[in-house]
Write a protein that binds this ligand. Structure first.
Ligand SMILES: Cc1cc2nc3c(=O)[nH]c(=O)nc-3n(C[C@H](O)[C@H](O)[C@H](O)COP(=O)(O)O)c2cc1C
Length: 176
């Protein structure tokens, strides 16, 4: 089982990236867990550029998604919604719309952390909506980490590990 983990935050000290690193530590045997490190290199979406050769940053993003059995997105919340660069990457991945898209039918899971009391819940909801529209199989499991700057490493590992176990179980069940 190949799990691709994507943090929607570009900053080094990101709580969402820390959440995914904690998850990697809890990954069971048989799971290859890869943290995607190329989000910043995905170019701005431009419909005029769809038929041009793909820039390397975009090809890398699409290949990473294509080779994943499960994609786990940890999203921050910016002004109540998805950070622009993450939404931009989802827009690219959704094209061409339909069966050729790397998101089509692909199992995806969404969780998030924020410094406020809401744990990026609106951003998570918006990301689930966009991924579902793109044809991904959005798993039901939810995890919101509020006040992320106050959460200890032990708690983060326990919660991230429990979430990963749930989504790995869910992905084994064929889609309805
Ligand atoms: C532009 C901007 C907008 C933000 N808007 C929200 C928000 O709507 N809701 C929220 O819970 N936190 C918001 N925050 C605070 C983030 O929760 C906090 O910066 C968090 O640490 C970002 O995630 P990261 O640690 O993974 O980078 C915002 C932060 C920035 C920089």
């Amino acid at each position: 089982m190949r799990v691709l983990a994507v943090s929607g935050s570009l900053r080094k000290a990101s709580h969402n990236t820390a959440l995914l690193r904690a998850m990697a530590e809890e990954a069971p045997e048989g799971v290859t867990f890869t943290l995607f490190d190329g989000l910043e290199a995905v170019p701005p979406f431009n419909e005029d550029r769809e038929d041009h050769p793909q820039p390397p940053g975009l090809a890398r993003w699409r290949n990473a998604l294509r080779t994943a059995d499960l994609v786990v997105f940890a999203t921050p919340e910016y002004n109540t919604t998805i950070p622009g660069q993450l939404k931009n990457a989802v827009d690219w991945a959704s094209r061409p719309f339909g069966e050729e898209s790397v998101l089509w039918g692909r199992p995806v899971a969404v969780l998030g952390a924020s410094k406020t009391g809401y744990g990026a819940m609106w951003s998570q909801a918006d990301l689930r909506k966009a991924l579902a529209k793109a044809g991904a199989r959005v798993l039901d499991a939810e995890l919101a980490i509020p006040y992320a700057h106050r959460v200890t490493g032990d708690v983060l590992r326990r919660r991230a590990g429990g979430y990963l176990a749930d989504v790995l179980d869910a992905v084994k069940v064929p889609a309805r």
